[in-house]
Design a protein around this ligand. Structure first.
Ligand code: AMP
Length: 258
């Protein structure tokens, strides 16, 4: 399980799944500089290795891989892994260099750890698709296991970045999950036109001035291509990204069309 540390129950759920499925569970903690743009929160990203060690031990992790930045990126480092299409859309439009950093570090971690299974959270749905593409293209023999999103009792998806939210922002942040739930309800009531669905959800964000929406998209869950009309029998992700104060949050919901 690649992680950036500051562990929460979302990370722990991945470890639990690995303990069910694999003989040996290895977690990495590395706050990867190449996946942050210069304007983003690399320096401020929360870190607490002592707490993480306790949580990893409690969860029964076999090994922690905790490399230093120069172990991973020595001074003469020059090689990157870049997925050219699926990494450039949606989240990639807002964070153009992000997935290149992710695929580069994940491929280095795969080469160091040589796993048979790799566990990722649906929380970062596009990331799982980008990594699956990389695995196929670079012919890694690794099975990706996608684990469900773990949420707080009130629906906020767990994220290491939630610590940035002050109490008022924490309350406002519920708009992400609530909008996704509303999108699902609209779809369950029979609406199949994604423009209509997105327009309705967009209205929530227009009303909530303190939350700045980056995007709401509905994509085919396999291809990540945007859908105009939802088709029976297929799976779609409804994806949302928004800034609450200065904290950028993402969330999504997997919706099956019956
Ligand atoms: P991060 O430390 O944020 O890079 O996340 C490490 C892994 O944990 C990624 O595969 C994430 O998708 C996953 N993850 C993060 N938050 C959650 C969550 N709330 N539920 C499930 N998995 C999560």
């Amino acid at each position: 399980m690649p992680t950036m540390g500051y562990l929460h129950n979302g990370h722990i759920s991945l470890i639990e799944e690995s303990k069910k499925r694999a003989d040996i569970t290895i977690v990495s903690i590395f706050v990867n500089p190449t996946q942050f743009a210069p304007t983003e929160d690399f320096k401020a990203y929360p870190r607490d290795i002592e707490r993480d060690l306790r949580l990893l031990e409690q969860a029964g992790t076999d090994y922690l891989f905790y490399p230093s930045a120069v172990d991973i990126y020595p001074n003469n480092f020059q090689t990157y892994v870049d997925v050219t299409e699926i990494a450039k859309i949606i989240e990639g439009e807002f964070r153009p260099t992000h997935f290149k950093g992710v695929t580069t570090i994940v491929s280095i971690l795969f080469n160091c750890v040589k796993p048979d299974l790799a566990f990722f959270g649906q929380k970062d749905a596009q990331q799982t698709s980008v990594i699956k593409r990389m695995i196929e293209d670079l012919k890694y023999e690794i099975e990706v296991v996608i684990c469900p999103i773990i949420r707080e009792a009130d629906g906020l998806a767990l994220s290491s970045r939630n610590v940035y939210l002050n109490p008022e922002e924490r309350e406002k942040a519920l708009i992400l999950n609530e909008s996704l739930k509303q999108a699902e309800d609209i779809i369950l009531s029979g609406e199949r036109n994604t423009v209509t669905i997105i327009k309705k959800i967009n209205n929530n964000f227009i009303k909530e001035k303190s939350v700045h929406l980056n995007y709401i998209r509905i994509v085919n869950a396999d291809t990540f291509k945007e859908a105009d009309k939802l088709e029976t029998g297929k799976d779609y992700y409804c994806l949302v990204a928004a800034k609450v104060g200065s904290t950028r949050l993402i969330d999504n919901r997997l919706i099956h069309i019956k």
